[in-house]
Design a protein around this ligand. Structure first.
Ligand code: HEM
Length: 145
């Protein structure tokens, strides 16, 4: 379950960044609505992955004889600690990502889409790329545990 939720979250982010978004951008304005819908639908999967990773991670951590509360002396606990820190940052970026998508949805005072839409789209892409980098780093740490 733990690894599966990593696959859904990280795999989904990479699919969006490397496959879906370049095509949507090529298609121009008419595909922006579809892009928003894809992003919005994916956020649901991100939160499912976050909770699954957290719950399975904590269970595995508490059941592991190497785990001692607040002790980061050996390699395993240091790698786990850094991985948990990365996880917290990834969750913060997921909140930022969800917030930017909300702003992108919100119509502006003149009825059209917010004139900051370009900035929000840029932030969404930025947060996605940073999350991918963090996710791959956490994966490498997990492999080293
Ligand atoms: C983005 C964040 C994370 C990624 C990519 C990740 C990835 C992984 C992977 C791939 C494994 C399997 C390693 C193996 O079987 O060799 C693993 C194991 C584990 N993860 Fe995570 N994980 C993440 C977050 C967390 C969090 C937040 C916790 C704790 C709250 C956690 C606790 C654990 C534990 C205890 C294990 C078992 C380690 C062992 O058996 O020695 N992980 N993780």
């Amino acid at each position: 379950m733990h690894v599966f939720s990593v696959v859904v979250w990280l795999g989904g982010l990479m699919f969006q960044s490397a496959v879906a978004m370049p095509i949507f951008q090529l298609e121009g304005d008419q595909s922006k609505a579809a892009m928003r819908k894809v992003n919005k639908r994916f956020i649901g999967f991100v939160w499912m992955s976050v909770w699954t990773m957290l719950i399975t991670g904590v269970i595995m951590m508490l059941l592991n004889p190497k785990f001692v509360w607040f002790e980061y002396r050996d390699r395993w606990s240091i790698l786990l600690g850094v991985k948990e820190l990365i996880f917290i940052f990834m969750v913060l970026y997921a909140f930022g990502y969800a917030r930017m998508l909300k702003y992108l949805e919100a119509p502006s005072s003149n009825g059209g889409f917010s004139d900051k839409a370009e900035l929000y789209r840029h932030r969404v892409n930025q947060f996605r790329k940073i999350s991918i980098f963090l996710g791959i780093s956490a994966l490498l740490l997990a492999a080293a545990m």
